[in-house]
Ligand binder design. Structure first.
Ligand SMILES: Cc1cc2nc3c(=O)[nH]c(=O)nc-3n(C[C@H](O)[C@H](O)[C@H](O)COP(=O)(O)O)c2cc1C
Length: 244
């Protein structure tokens, strides 16, 4: 039998007395800063009245959707989806901002990248979300982006034929600073909450999504320019206008 790494990580994870935090190492930044020379694109505030479904209907209608209409999504809709998945709920204390999703110890190791194909007002390309600023920072504009995203998802073509594909990475030290050795469990649990909010927010605004864990780690990390160790892709979710 292989070693039960998930179960064994628990006692290690929560031995906080052995953490960098308990040794007085300063807390890592709550989000990756915008790279020098890249000007963030401010997103509109998520409109209050965008959702058309009550929560019970959104939960009942939720399903994994793998084909979409060719209609673009608006910047307001994208803003709502980013707000639902990583938006800030409470910034009273700038060192401890709370978001619309839970995270063990409020560490929020997740970073959100977007492969934008069909979003009104945004050029095709890769972007990263800055939750504390509710802004997007351009990352790169690779040629053949549709193909590259599909290839990174092991040939799952719908990943490259969506309006926008969410690609979540984790900066694992943000969690390990408090919970050393925790990554195997906490990082995966955290991003599950993020993706579920994406499913429900999509459902509420006539969009659809499908979680993707079957991706090629090397290709996905390379697409975003990640080192694959300190930061690596953990989950992917294409989004488009729902067909029904
Ligand atoms: C962790 C996780 C990984 C998944 N990975 C994929 C995937 O790589 N490709 C895919 O088409 N669906 C994927 N799915 C979607 C599941 O196939 C789907 O949730 C399941 O068939 C149940 O359907 P439903 O979401 O419509 O209820 C994934 C779902 C989860 C929760």
């Amino acid at each position: 039998m292989p070693k039960n790494a998930l179960r064994d990580s628990n006692s290690v994870s929560f031995r906080m007395s052995e953490s960098d935090q308990s040794r007085g190492v300063p807390m890592p930044p709550i989000q990756k800063p915008a790279p020098k020379g890249k000007i963030p694109i401010q997103l509109p505030a998520p409109p209050e009245s965008l959702g058309r479904k009550y929560l019970k209907r959104a939960i009942a209608d939720r399903k994994s959707r793998r084909s979409f209409t060719e209609n673009p999504i608006s910047l307001e809709e994208l803003s709502l989806l980013l707000w639902a998945t990583q938006g800030v709920r409470d910034r009273t204390n700038p060192n401890r901002i709370y978001r619309n999703v839970p995270s063990a110890g409020n560490r929020h190791a997740t970073e959100t990248y977007l492969a934008v194909f069909l979003v009104e007002g945004l050029a095709k390309g890769l972007y990263r979300y800055l939750p504390a600023d509710h802004a997007l920072v351009p990352v790169s504009r690779p040629q053949r982006l549709e193909e590259k995203v599909s290839e990174a998802c092991m040939g799952q073509r719908f990943a490259g034929s969506a309006a926008v594909t969410f690609i979540w990475s984790v900066v694992r030290y943000r969690t390990e600073w408090r919970y050393p050795g925790a990554s195997i469990k906490i990082l995966a649990l955290d991003v599950g909450h993020v993706c579920q909010n994406l499913y429900l927010a999509c459902e509420a605004i006539g969009c659809g999504t499908c979680a993707i864990a079957a991706y090629d780690q090397e290709k996905a990390d390379a697409l975003l320019g990640l080192d694959g160790d300190d930061e690596f892709v953990i989950y992917i979710a294409p989004v488009g206008k729902a067909e029904d």
